[in-house]
Design a binder for this molecule. Structure first.
Ligand code: CA
Length: 238
């Protein structure tokens, strides 16, 4: 299996965070660090990770609450990595939607195996690997699916993974109206609900690819329904 999965590493202790980040990079993953519960929640929404590795003892919000928050709108696999060893904690985490629970101190090889296992069950990651088309072009917008590179007017545009997934999904459905819930499902799995997070991501994406968001060249808003990527075969607007 190709290891390009984005992994959000939620861990407040710098030493442990550094060890995890280094190990995950060695394994070919793309880890992103978060040191507080708030940071974890916002990065989970903006970066759309393929897996979350979650510590429970965090300085601001308890990890158990972070878990419940993310589960309200995302089905991303969550592996809890905690010093809490009581059965009640493990049961509560699993009941709140954790896919796995590993106690500290942990064995590196076992942790990596549990991560691989959780990723294998992830439908979003699988769908992404099955991308068939190599590239998409719409006027001056070009998406290279293979390299995950987006250019507008010849300039490379840097997108977060969530923005990229949203753009790629709209491009695959160019010309069709795509509903809010279909996009949420594509990005975060079956736990549909957070339209606000979707709107924030969409606003950021548009700021990056449209030169004038009042007169969009690529993505149109279908009020109350969703969005539509303009098909390049459509006649130019008068
Ligand atoms: Ca901690």
């Amino acid at each position: 299996m190709e290891n390009k999965a984005v992994i959000l590493v939620v861990e407040d202790e710098t030493v442990i965070s550094n060890i995890l980040m280094a190990k995950l990079r060695t394994m070919g993953y793309r880890p992103i660090p978060a040191f507080t519960g708030k940071e974890a929640t916002s990065l989970a929404a903006s970066h759309c990770p393929d897996l979350v590795l979650l510590d429970l003892g965090l300085p601001d919000i308890d990890g158990m609450e972070v878990l419940a928050n993310i589960r309200r709108w995302s089905s991303v696999p969550i592996v809890v990595l905690s010093a809490r060893q009581r059965d009640e904690d493990i049961v509560q985490a699993l009941d709140n939607g954790a896919d796995d629970y590993i106690t500290k101190p942990f064995n590196n090889a076992i942790l990596m195996a549990r991560i691989r296992n959780a990723l294998r069950k992830h439908p979003i990651w699988k769908a992404d690997q099955n991308q068939i088309r190599q590239s998409f072009q719409n006027g001056s917008l070009i998406i290279d699916y293979d390299k995950r590179i987006v250019t507008v007017d010849g300039q490379e545009v840097h997108l977060t993974p969530a923005e990229y997934k949203m753009l790629a999904f709209l491009a695959r459905n160019a010309g069709k109206v795509v509903t809010y819930s279909a996009i949420c499902k594509e990005l975060w799995g079956p736990y549909v609900g957070d339209k606000r997070t979707l709107r924030v991501n969409m606003a950021n994406l548009r700021r990056k690819i449209e030169s004038n968001s009042a007169d969009p060249r690529f993505i149109l808003t279908e009020i109350g329904v969703g969005y539509r990527m303009i098909d390049s075969d459509e006649p130019e607007k008068p």
